[in-house]
Design a binder for this molecule. Structure first.
Ligand code: NAP
Length: 400
């Protein structure tokens, strides 16, 4: 199903605009519900939108990995939550309306557009009902021993069920057991952290980068994230069901001349690890440049710092920003961008440059502010420049 071209929220004087989720393409990952600031989205079997609460803020649209959430319709009477809970697909009258309003959404999600040269991504090969069975082959800590952050690189092998993916895609995992409401846990999405031919080339494996989430509640009790702790504690030989792959736009250009500017924090580096390994394996002498601006609290907290040292600065330029460094300057990625302004400008102006942002929610804002400052002195309007890159499939964001 393609997405609506008219602005969300707009409606004629005789109709009501309604935001709906397509149950057929929804993978029930819970991303939309967790992002909805007005609590308009909830789920039983289906994810549904309360027409009385949805204010079309669009906060759920970009993170949705399949585009199932990206549907708006002009209706004489809105569908109730009870109607939506019963659907197995969007009602046919909506399908007709969508078809008459929409354009091609093959390569875009939440308004994002894939690089023109990107390989065709395999999609939705395994569902919650029919997952791929993977066996853990290793689970290694990739942050320093003394770091507060426990980040793991977990490698999975697919012996029985081949699992294809390409760099930049994500996969779903479902923690075992039931949630507090007695329902199966919602699916969690993680970016693949290796190239399409696997951690070890052609060994039929795949890796994910997982950060153990632990926090203290209002009563100062320790609370442990269900999925992240389950994954971080997996041992070799454990079986895990994997769903997907998902993602049609945050992809690597299949072009060795493409220049990549990659900006990330923490485990947001996962897809860029796949990008860098792919480029190194395919085109060790590629003309295109790779530049990574990477933020963490300290050097010890920076995932994959050992692996990064395998690359020379000439083959893979890295600029690290540490926000809680014990000595030296405390910086965020946006500060690092400002310090590298000449190189950033040079890179962005290259005709085949691509920019990627991956990591924490809020990251894009700080990056925009830095790039507005960097480009202004050179007579460039960053927001207009970004918009041109975006339309050309050269600007990509994935934040959680
Ligand atoms: P983290 O270690 O908590 O933080 C990394 C650094 O980012 C810290 O230095 C932090 O500074 C800084 N930071 C915080 N807010 C920022 C902002 N608005 N702009 C710039 N820097 C900021 O990072 P993390 O927990 O690993 O987070 C990574 C994010 O990537 C998560 O949201 C995760 O969901 C997402 N992600 C994960 C994957 C995956 O496959 N695992 C894939 C894609 C994206 P402070 O000193 O202020 O804390």
């Amino acid at each position: 199903m393609a997405r609506s071209m008219t602005p969300p929220g707009a409606a004629t004087s005789t109709s009501i605009r309604q935001h709906l989720i397509d149950p057929e393409t929804c993978i029930r990952c819970n991303t939309c519900e967790s992002r909805c600031p007005s609590k308009a989205i909830r789920h039983e079997r289906n994810y549904v939108v309360d027409p009385d609460k949805c204010n079309f803020c669009m906060k759920c649209v970009r993170p949705c990995p399949t585009g199932a959430v990206d549907h708006y319709f002009d209706l004489a009477r809105p569908y109730s939550i009870d109607d939506q809970l019963l659907w197995i697909e969007l009602p046919s009258e909506l399908a007709v309306q969508a078809a008459s309003e929409t354009g091609n959404s093959e390569s875009s999600r939440g308004n994002q557009i894939a690089p023109v040269s990107a390989s065709n991504p395999p999609l939705n090969r395994y569902s919650r009902e029919n997952p791929a069975r993977a066996i853990v082959s290793s689970n290694t800590r990739v942050t320093g021993e003394t770091a507060e952050n426990d980040v793991r690189l977990v490698i999975f092998e697919f012996d029985e069920t081949p699992f294809d993916f390409i760099e930049g895609q994500s996969v779903g995992v479902i923690p075992p057991g039931l949630d507090a409401n007695g329902q199966p846990h919602a699916m969690r999405l993680y970016s693949v952290a290796c190239p399409r031919d696997g951690e070890k080339p052609n060994a039929g494996n795949m890796s994910l980068a997982i950060k153990r989430i632990v926090w203290r509640d209002g009563l100062d009790r320790e609370v442990r994230g269900v999925a992240s702790n389950w994954l971080c504690d997996l041992r070799p030989g454990d079986a895990v069901d994997i769903v997907g792959p998902f993602g049609t736009d945050f992809l690597l250009p299949d072009d060795q001349d493409a220049d990549l500017l990659m900006i990330c924090t923490g485990t947001g580096a996962a897809p860029f690890r796949g990008f860098a390994h792919r480029r190194r394996r395919m085109w060790p002498n590629a003309a295109g440049k790779l530049m990574l601006i990477y933020g963490a609290r300290t050097m010890e907290d920076l995932p994959f710092s050992q692996t990064l040292q395998k690359y020379t600065q000439a083959e893979f330029r890295r600029e690290l920003a540490f926000s809680r460094a014990i000595s030296g300057d405390r910086q965020y990625v946006q500060d690092r961008l400002r310090l590298c302004a000449p190189e950033i400008l040079w890179l962005l102006r290259r005709p085949k440059s691509h920019m990627y942002i991956c990591g924490l929610k809020g990251l894009e804002e700080g990056v925009d502010e830095a790039l507005i400052d960097i480009t202004r002195t050179h007579g460039i309007n960053w927001l207009a420049f970004k918009s041109e890159m975006h339309v050309a499939g050269r600007y990509h964001v994935e934040v959680y």
